[in-house]
Design a protein. Sequence first.
Length: 261
Amino acid sequence: MDNEVDQPKTAEDLTVEQSEVTANGSPSLNISDGKHKLRFGLLAALASGSLLIFGRSLLDNSIGKPTPLIFPEKIELAQTQLKISQTKPTEPIVDNKDFFGKPRFMTGRRYEYLVDNLPTNIDFRYAVGTDGDLYTLIKELTDTKIEEEDLRLKAVRKDPIGYRAIFDYQGRLYLAACVNPRGISTVTKEQFDDNASSQTLDQDVLVGWLLGQKDLRDRRCLFTLISTPLPSNSDRQERSEKLEKFWISWYEWWKPRFPQP
């Protein structure tokens, strides 16, 4: 009787055996299946969102256009620890200057108040398609001068509202901040980007994006620059505290009234 010598198995033999094992009902391990399913799910979601947006754009000619902000002529703010009264109707702010980093769309109004008998002005702008950099807006759109690094150092976070910067220039005390449609207020581009990114996984945002109703990262800002006189003999700390309290009242009025995308 001849002795049979085992021959090395070829790649073809191994493939046949694996097919036989799978056919017999044994599980076939494929570590890439999960990755393929995840990729397919993401692609399906992206395709669905794109088709929905395209479909809505055919039916709704307002797609891609910013929602206008209606600036009220008079805003009654809460009298929390301060006596606040509006002294004049609003004045439109028209920004015709073109500069690098200018938002895609921007309108503005000027408000004037008495805060504990201190005259207080607000330059208020609605910016769409912005990077949230208040330094650029202050530098290009106002006569107020401040160094970028100085503004960064003065950007202080106070929850639950967020960041604001208080500084003085030529006898006036200023507070600058951006009211965001989602999340907290910001001052710098980095804060604006971090805030926008942190909101993208919210369920309402994801559903709105899939329906073509919202952007994943909402790049809008209510740019606020509040100022009040700061005479040399005045108490800067006291006026800073009043300015910040006024800012809180202003923020709390506008935050829930931010226009829909």
